[in-house]
Design a protein around this ligand. Structure first.
Ligand SMILES: NC(=O)c1ccc[n+]([C@@H]2O[C@H](COP(=O)([O-])OP(=O)(O)OC[C@H]3O[C@@H](n4cnc5c(N)ncnc54)[C@H](O)[C@@H]3O)[C@@H](O)[C@H]2O)c1
Ligand SMILES: O=c1ccn([C@@H]2O[C@H](COP(=O)(O)OP(=O)(O)O[C@H]3O[C@H](CO)[C@@H](O)[C@H](O)[C@H]3O)[C@@H](O)[C@H]2O)c(=O)[nH]1
Length: 440
């Protein structure tokens, strides 16, 4: 298949490289000249495990190219829309300007029989609107919706071997041809037995929004429970283990801590509420506003735990040096969009603490968003002279820290485990005041 991928960010760059990796001829298109230059040179504009390898081999095979020139899309039959849908500046709604601009720019280069495939996460109703836009232009191209469920840090394997595929296809004459094209695009995943749900456009859009809303709710649920376990001295991890053994509940996404961030869950639940309100259905998803409130509260909760830990050392926050372990919104990523770690660092800095942070991959992206942030070049450097350590992103190297070694670096022995991943006993044995979220 000849495929164009419009938008080469966290989603699109991986999709383009993965589609070439499974044998298609792919052109990645973006308006960002610097990003296209990097990708064309085989360099990834962000950290994603496995991406450099498939990017290099796909470029070397000649099956993958990148350009800023959207007219090149005219050589392709299937066009993925993978541009951003961030939160709007003045509201919770998704900002649809990038999707609209991408489709508008693509329309003149569509051939009859082409299939435009939406991948971006959009408010329900967008696909029908874009399909009408294409139809009104006189183009005989069709539009389908194929939401993406990849997780950053696992994006390559999630793209090549997804849990499921969802095709939103409009009824009518071109339904079967759209299905045939999508099946051809995903032939290798289908051969491996990936389940497919073929549905209508609105359901496909809603599957994505509902999936992220459910995941966000699961995390805020366990964080709400952890506030209760904290109040009574119970143990949130044992609680999560115990309820997780019930297959109807499941253990995954029940890790209590500083909460969810990133370029997806926070903005997607807000956009869902905003869209539901537009539809007169705000009440149906009003609980998601509380999910968001609980999630944001965890950032303040961690900030307070750190301040309390400082006070226990007999010092003022304004004279405390705080070592922040992690800046990315999750490990194995350099993404700091809506990162809880970055907010905690910012909150503590605003209270006058001397903040130094370290992330194995996200120092640069964090500094780009928060230029005042001081970052260290290594774990040992960030820990040197610290009065309190706060672990906010559970990178394996932080989880594996030896408390006995850390004790030789810090000024005061105090650590806040904002991801509930450290061995409290080992840290206490090394003389640390150990604080976690919802565990004694
Ligand atoms: N990041 C993820 O893990 C993930 C997973 C599933 C779905 N999504 C969804 O995918 C979409 C993209 O997310 P992302 O994280 O890749 O965003 P991103 O900001 O990393 O990438 C978006 C890219 O689109 C480009 N772009 C903007 N306007 C353009 C235009 N008119 N033509 C061509 N390119 C244009 C930008 O320059 C940028 O490179 C969003 O809707 C997001 O919700 C993201
Ligand atoms: O038990 C848990 C699990 C996750 N998180 C946090 O939740 C956030 C999101 O994690 P994750 O969902 O793994 O990362 P994303 O890469 O943002 O992926 C989500 O968002 C993508 C974009 O829509 C979807 O494609 C994915 O399916 C969906 O998992 C991160 O801050 C995690 O630290 C927790 O706090 N506790």
């Amino acid at each position: 298949m000849r495929i164009s991928v419009i938008g080469c960010g966290y989603l699109g760059a991986v999709h383009a490289a993965a589609m070439a990796d499974v044998g298609h001829d792919v052109v990645g298109i973006d308006v960002d000249v610097a990003k296209i230059a990097l990708l064309s040179a085989g360099k990834t504009p962000f950290f994603e495990p496995g991406l450099p390898e498939i990017l290099a081999s796909a470029l070397a095979s000649g099956r993958l190219t990148f350009t800023t020139d959207i007219s090149v899309a005219s050589r392709c039959d299937v066009h993925f829309i993978a541009v951003g849908t961030p939160q709007s500046a003045g509201s919770n709604a998704a900002d649809m300007r990038f999707v609209d601009a991408a489709v508008t720019a693509l329309i003149p280069h569509l051939n009859d029989g082409d299939l435009v495939v939406g991948k971006s996460t959009v408010p329900v109703g967008t696909a029908a609107r874009l399909r009408d836009m294409i139809g009104a232009s006189g183009s005989a191209a069709e539009l389908a919706w194929n939401p993406e469920f990849l997780r950053e840090g696992h994006a390559v394997t999630d793209t090549i071997s997804p849990d499921r595929l969802v095709y939103g296809i409009a009824p009518g004459d071109r339904h079967d041809e759209s299905l045939r094209l999508l099946n051809a695009v995903y032939a290798s995943a289908l051969a491996a037995g990936t389940p497919v749900v073929v549905t209508d456009l609105a359901t496909a859009e809603l599957v994505k929004t509902a999936a992220n809303a459910f995941l966000a709710t699961k995390i805020s649920f366990i964080n709400a429970m952890s506030e209760i376990t904290d109040a009574v001295g119970a143990n949130i991890t044992e609680l999560a283990d115990a309820i997780g053994y019930d297959a109807r509940i499941g253990r995954r996404f029940l890790n209590a801590g500083v909460g969810f961030g990133g370029g997806c869950l926070p903005k997607d639940i807000r956009a869902f509420v905003a869209r539901a309100e537009e539809l007169g259905q705000g009440e149906s998803v009003a609980f998601l506003t509380e999910v968001d409130v609980i999630n944001q509260r965890q950032r303040s909760r961690v900030t307070k735990l750190v301040c309390d830990a400082v006070t226990r050392q007999g010092i003022e926050v304004t004279s405390a040096r705080i070592a922040v372990l992690g800046l990315a919104f999750k490990p194995h990523s350099d993404d700091v969009r809506d990162s809880p770690a970055l907010d905690v660092a910012r909150n503590l800095g605003a209270l006058g603490a001397d903040i130094i942070a370290f992330d194995p991959e996200a120092n640069a992206s964090a500094q780009a968003r928060f230029p005042a942030l001081v970052t260290a070049t290594s774990i040992d450097v960030v820990l040197a002279g610290a009065d309190v350590i706060v672990l906010v992103t559970e990178w394996p190297e932080f989880v594996a820290l030896d408390p006995v070694h850390v004790a030789t670096l810090v000024r005061h022995r105090a650590i806040v485990d904002a991801r509930n991943v450290l061995d409290a006993q080992a840290w206490r044995a090394a003389g640390f005041t150990f604080v976690s979220m919802g565990r004694p």
